[in-house]
Design a protein around this ligand. Structure first.
Ligand code: EPU
Length: 298
């Protein structure tokens, strides 16, 4: 029943109520969406947004860098993970759906001998999420390869942001307040796929916890320093709040060792940031994001 929002004629298969979101996150915590949709196509997404006038709209991509609050998430939550279409112009450029898996793209480029994305080895998530947070490693980010971003705005209209109309930096991209649906990406200016550097990046993942669910690195690296190293030196490894624990393998990871809630995770993150600030004077900025409204549908 669509009691809180205007009437709609969306099929039941497109919309669910009280939908648990924790299975859609790598941390496996958090509550339920009041309304939830996972469209297969861009036009479906547009009609969903148009049907939800005045509702807060939350967006989930691959769920690998996000903490979903506990309890009910009011309004509409949209997952883009089924927007997996992709059209290659040639092996150096393609339009990729925002739900396309970053690791799959990395594999395709390696098979095509197209270099550039080697640093993405082992980064989980979708292209849309990777662009939103300019996911990366070793000084590189996914946005370097993005020529244009196509997105749905709060009125359900399609908008295109070309290179120069958006900016990005370390773990940030200025495209916000819209739902990314695809990206035009190209790799012409990069040399052949470099297996050694790919293996080197993949090897670094061995020093990261894989056994338990997590949302990847908790904090960004402060300029000229390493968050993991600072947290380790300040004795944070092994600290716990409820079912959330600072990994003993890498201090910049909070793992869900059992029945952690999202508030356990956030409380533990705040505790760690406080300890590091008290001991070193350095303020750690979170890298993981709390799921918050992307926009209010118009
Ligand atoms: N270190 C410690 N103790 C720890 C963790 C790390 O002493 O508990 C030391 C390491 O020995 C190393 C230094 O800290 O000397 C840096 O650690 P690491 O090489 O693991 O890299 P990082 O800076 O912590 C970055 C990215 C990761 C990415 C790795 C590997 C950020 C915030 N993190 O981690 O990205 O996987 O490099 O490429 O930029 C993510 O974004 O979610 C993420 C995990």
């Amino acid at each position: 029943m669509m009691s809180s929002y205007p009437e709609h004629d969306l099929p039941d298969t497109l919309l669910s109520e009280n939908y648990p979101l924790s299975p859609l996150t790598t941390l496996h915590t958090g509550g339920e969406a009041e309304f939830f949709a996972q469209p297969d196509t861009i036009p479906q997404l547009q009609s969903i947004i148009r049907a939800f006038r005045r509702a807060p709209v939350y967006v989930l991509g691959g769920g690998s860098n996000v903490v979903v609050p506990d309890g009910k998430i009011p309004g509409l939550t949209v997952s883009t993970h089924k927007l997996t279409f992709a059209t290659w112009n040639d092996k150096y450029s393609a339009e990729i759906g925002s739900g396309f898996n970053l690791s799959s793209l990395v594999r395709i480029n390696s098979l095509n001998n197209v270099g550039g994305l080697e640093f993405s080895a082992g980064i989980p998530g979708t292209i849309g999420g990777a662009i939103m947070g300019n996911a990366g490693a070793g000084g590189h980010g996914v946005c370097e390869f993005v020529d244009a971003v196509v997105a749905v705005d709060p009125s359900g209209e399609l908008r295109t942001f070309r290179r120069g109309e958006f900016e990005y930096g370390y773990r940030r991209c200025s495209v916000s307040g819209v739902i990314i649906v695809s990206a035009l990406m190209s790799w012409e200016k990069y040399s052949a796929w470099d297996y050694d550097s790919y293996r080197e990046y993949a090897g670094k993942r061995k020093s990261q916890p894989m056994k338990y669910p997590s949302a990847g690195c908790t904090f960004k690296n402060p300029p000229g320093n390493s968050a993991g190293k600072l947290l380790d030196e300040c004795g944070c490894k092994g600290l716990r709040v409820g079912g959330a624990e600072v990994s003993g393998i890498h201090a910049n990871f909070i793992v869900n060792s059992g029945n952690a809630s999202s508030s356990d995770v956030m409380e533990l993150a705040e505790m760690c940031a406080k300890i590091v600030h008290e001991r070193t004077g350095i303020t750690l900025e979170p890298e993981i994001r709390t799921l918050s409204p992307c926009f209010i549908a118009q």
